[in-house]
Ligand binder design. Structure first.
Ligand SMILES: NC(=O)c1ccc[n+]([C@@H]2O[C@H](COP(=O)([O-])OP(=O)(O)OC[C@H]3O[C@@H](n4cnc5c(N)ncnc54)[C@H](O)[C@@H]3O)[C@@H](O)[C@H]2O)c1
Length: 491
């Protein structure tokens, strides 16, 4: 592994000035100590005890979902603010759950939660700059860690997480909920069944107009200390790549038969951020004159070792509808779209996706997408088993149309049964490496950037993610009751 990392770092050296200007880390030579984590399975945990840190906009939903899973308990809660912790303590009490241990009052309290032996898992829903420090310390304290997206913003941090996970033999998983979307899992099933043929090209995106959300301050009900706007002010490139990219990587078996080789990235100037600040806020407000470094639309292209291509886009400042694109094309056909919409918005979103494939090579059927009737029949035929098992319940629980709950249900099942998790620390690193590498490319006239082999060659032999499922009965999940009555989940 060392030589690969050294080569990578040497290769990056020529970028010196541009990278430094970008505020990028040039990486480091990692220790290479510890055993590989591909297919790692921890001893089964009959009861999974979870500590959640970061109870802003995303964290509370995680608390509610996790608390509804049999055999999983939210045993600890942490935030800087007492009030945010107290709100979740009350929610747990109101829903008949045991009282958790609480940690609040300073920016360092998370350390005490990581040290506490009453939890097995640290579930990290803090802001981007806190993901890695908390995760590293938690693993050193013997805890498995789940980290919100993007789990790491630099190559150096990706390697640090790999080192820690390998050395401590603890799971380090990125919470990429979009891999559990109904359409994404449907597309994964199509790929696994060979319906689309040999895979050639994928596309993913995070296109979400977040201007008003980013510009609002914490006092106005938005991000802690305006962390997201501050990040976008200081950076270029795709700083939120994993929602669109993660599912495509699973379709293509990235790190499990293929891997990212290099990328190029190009972005538009920003036309929308500063004009929004000027229009939305009066002279005298800092946002009226705030300069922003990030362009509106970033487009990154990745070439893989097997010769496939992936397009990833990021745009959180343009007035356009939400999209993750979610496109996968093979030698026989293609699927696109179908990502979540809140139920009431689905009719207006790209739900339920479009698809077409050939019966015989070149039969011309793929000039059009299937008509709605055929598409509906195919959606039924190739529905992913996990969605068949728990989709109805997931939709009731919610969380981006149910995918958040399926993600949590699935790691809970894996931990309870001593199974490998669906996403490992190498997936985390490859998907997150886009943050730094796209920025480096943008800042150097779209120059190609090599992507390190985070698996140390393990991608050649690692097994692809299978068609995964859960056993609700084994989990003591009263599925019938839950389907009939949402309150049965207490969420
Ligand atoms: N997967 C998804 O669909 C999805 C959706 C939204 C957000 N996210 C991710 O979730 C994470 C959180 O986003 P958010 O919108 O909730 O942000 P937020 O600013 O609303 O919440 C962050 C919370 O972390 C707390 N925090 C910050 N520093 C801390 C520290 N040192 N110790 C303890 N607590 C600390 C803050 O007080 C705040 O409550 C981000 O990584 C974001 O990208 C993911």
């Amino acid at each position: 592994m060392e030589s690969n990392r050294r080569d990578f770092l040497k290769g990056m050296a020529w970028m010196g000035a541009a990278a430094m200007a970008a505020g990028c880390n040039t990486g480091r030579v990692a220790t290479g100590l510890g055993a590989p984590m591909q297919a790692f399975a921890a001893p089964p945990l009959k009861k999974v005890r979870v500590g959640v840190v970061g109870l802003g906009q995303r964290g509370p939903g995680a608390v509610h979902r996790i608390a509804g899973i049999p055999g999983v308990e939210v045993c600890a809660l942490c935030d800087i603010y007492e009030q945010r912790v107290a709100r979740q303590v009350k929610w747990l009490k109101d829903n008949g759950k045991p009282a958790p241990k609480t940690f609040y009052g300073s920016k360092e309290e998370w350390r005490k939660m990581c040290e506490w032996d009453g939890i097995d898992v640290v579930y990290n829903t803090t802001c981007w700059d806190m993901h890695v420090p908390v995760a590293l310390y938690a693993m050193e304290c013997g805890k498995h860690v789940f980290i919100e997206v993007p789990a790491a913003m630099t190559i150096e941090d990706c390697f640090a997480l790999i080192d820690a996970s390998e050395r401590t033999q603890r799971h380090c998983m990125q919470l990429e909920n979009c891999c559990y979307g109904e359409a994404e899992m449907f597309a994964l099933n199509l790929c696994r069944q060979g319906i689309l043929g040999e895979l050639v090209h994928g596309e993913g995106a995070y296109i979400h107009d977040l201007r008003s959300h980013c510009y609002k301050t914490q006092a106005e009900g938005s991000y802690y200390n305006s962390w997201r706007l501050r990040w976008n002010i200081a950076h270029k490139g795709n700083q939120y790549p994993t929602h669109g990219l993660g599912p495509v990587c699973q379709y293509m078996n990235i790190n499990r038969g293929d891997r990212f080789e290099y990328l190029v990235s190009l972005e538009s100037n920003q036309f929308n951020y500063e004009s929004y600040g000027r229009l939305a806020y009066p002279a005298g407000d800092w946002r009226h004159t705030q300069k922003v470094g990030m362009g509106d639309m970033n487009t990154t292209l990745v070439k893989t070792a097997l010769g496939r291509s992936i397009l990833i886009q990021h745009d959180v400042s343009s007035p356009r509808p939400y999209s993750r694109i979610n496109k996968i094309t093979g030698t026989k056909g293609t699927f696109t779209g179908g990502f979540f919409g809140q139920p009431e918005a689905m009719a207006r979103s790209e739900w339920p996706g479009r698809m077409t494939w050939e019966d015989a090579p070149g039969d011309g059927k793929t000039h059009e997408y299937f008509d709605p009737k055929k598409a509906a029949a195919m959606r039924e035929k190739y529905r992913h088993p996990l969605w068949k098992t728990a989709g109805e319940i997931a939709k009731k629980v919610g969380g981006h149309g149910g995918m958040d709950f399926l993600m949590d249900l699935r790691w809970a099942f894996c931990l309870q049964n001593g199974l490998p998790l669906d996403m490992d620390v190498y997936d985390l690193a490859a998907w997150c490496s886009i943050c730094e590498l796209s920025e480096r490319s943008v800042r150097s006239h779209s120059a190609p950037q090599e992507v390190p082999d985070f698996t140390n060659g393990g991608w050649r032999t690692a097994k692809p993610l299978g068609i995964v499922d859960v056993d609700l009965q084994k989990m003591n999940f009263d599925a019938g009751k839950a389907k009939a009555d949402k309150s049965a989940l207490n969420v």
